[in-house]
Design a binder for this molecule. Structure first.
Ligand code: FAD
Length: 392
């Protein structure tokens, strides 16, 4: 086992895999470590992604996709249904099979030249004069020090790497959704249509989702905003209540829990000898909670910056700041817009949401499957929102 690399990536999720792949493709020597014994399992995700850009990150094969999606129904608190549809004959996105997808991503990083260690945890950072110069790891219960020029923290929403480096302050309750999800079987669903249920009865400050994974199975989950959870209400109680009514005969085949950052991203995603990507940098979309694609993108951007820094012999904090600059160019505006949308949604009463849904229901949602398209219609209906979005 080598004890020195140019770049060490901590975490073998989608973001870490892309960071490792692009750093290796750029000529850096790369080690990716993952604490679990297997990549991709257990999943903590509803596995939904839009079509756009997906082929950039992986040559998607049928084994990576459990369901093509061509429509979405959003239910207001009073049951008013907004039916979003892809154009005739088109699909809008996928429900992935992340157990396979994540593994293929990491294999693509290995193919690009990265070494991959599973069952290997980062236990602390090695610092010299405020600069990260390596990481202590526990691999198969053996302690080891690995020196490197750059660490990329891709260790997810509970990122320790970010905290050790002083980049992640404690996340506020208004900036985190608590999620719980069942993989359900023997249920009656429209397999090409995802469903969202809004309102305080379902999910205060969040929503319930049904993401089909075939003709009679689906990820059925809930995300609740931390600051809206009252009187010890637990996400799983809300989900059980929903499932009892909607799928009384369904079976629960898996349960998974997890937090989703909805802050719109860390103000600073890099430091001396370090960058954070994906959930570790809170790159998740504040309105949908989706973090797969933004994580893949952040991994690619950070991996490229790391490789260039190594190649040029300059991995100073200023050199690594290019990553934040590139991220801002790509995702800064959409993140700010979606943060405004999140606050707009969270502050809305059920009555206001119903009124808005009644207005929206008059519109045609054919070809509207992405948030920016929905925003265009929302802004026509609510001029106050338009003003707020203008300032974002
Ligand atoms: P992760 O996938 O969390 O990977 C981090 C990895 O780091 C893990 O494998 C972990 O084991 C490893 N790790 C942690 N600590 C260490 C350590 N010390 N040493 C070594 N390894 C370590 N996003 C979507 O786009 N669509 C969805 O439908 C969707 N649904 C979701 C539903 C739920 C209930 C939740 C919780 C999240 C959902 N998300 C969804 C968000 C999405 O799952 C994440 O944004 C995405 O997984 C982020 O990828 P990542 O690589 O940054 O982090």
């Amino acid at each position: 086992m080598k004890d020195e690399y140019d770049v060490v990536v901590v975490g073998g999720g989608p973001s870490g895999a892309m960071a490792a792949k692009f750093a290796a493709l750029g000529g850096a020597s790369v080690l990716l470590i993952e604490k679990r014994q297997e990549i991709g399992t257990p999943i903590r995700c509803a596995e939904g992604v839009g079509l756009k850009d997906m082929d950039r990150f992986l040559d998607l094969q049928p084994r990576h996709i459990s369901q093509n999606i061509s429509g979405a129904t959003i239910y207001a608190p009073d049951g008013t249904a907004l039916k979003l549809r892809a154009k005739e004959g088109e699909i809008a996105g996928y429900i992935l099979e992340r157990k396979v997808f994540d593994r293929s991503l990491v294999e693509s990083a290995a193919k690009a030249g990265a070494d991959v260690f599973t069952k290997s945890s980062a236990t602390s950072l090695i610092m010299e004069k405020d600069t990260v110069v390596g990481v202590k790891i526990s691999r198969l219960d053996v302690e080891k020090e690995i020196r490197c020029k750059i660490i990329i923290g891709a260790d997810g929403v509970e990122s320790k790497v970010g905290r050790w480096a002083g980049l992640c302050p404690a996340i506020k309750l208004k900036d985190i959704e608590s999620g719980v999800q069942f993989l359900m079987t023997d249920i009656d669903i429209d397999s090409e249509n995802i469903e969202f249920f809004m309102g305080n009865q379902y999910a205060p400050g969040g929503y319930v989702w049904i993401f089909p994974k075939g003709k009679d199975r689906a990820n059925v989950g809930i995300g609740l905003l931390g600051s809206k959870i009252k009187d010890g209400g637990r996400p799983i109680d809300y989900l059980n209540e929903f499932v009892k009514k909607r799928f009384p005969d369904g079976k629960i085949a898996e349960i998974n829990y997890g937090g989703v950052p909805v802050s719109g991203g860390l103000e600073k995603m890099y430091g001396k000898g370090i960058m954070l990507v994906g959930d570790a940098a809170q790159c998740t979309d504040p309105i949908t909670g989706g973090g797969i694609k933004s994580g893949l993108w952040s991994g690619e951007l950070a991996g490229k910056v790391a490789a260039d820094a190594v190649k040029s012999g300059n991995w100073s904090e200023k050199a690594l700041s290019k990553y934040q600059h590139d991220w801002e160019k790509l995702y800064g505006k959409p993140m700010r817009v979606n943060l405004v949308l999140k606050d707009y949604y969270v502050d809305m009463t059920d009555e206001e949401a119903n009124k808005l849904a009644h207005e929206l229901a008059k519109h045609d949602f054919t070809g509207v499957m992405e948030v920016p398209d929905l925003v265009k219609i929302l802004s026509k209906v609510d001029k106050k929102l338009l003003l707020k979005l203008g300032a974002a």
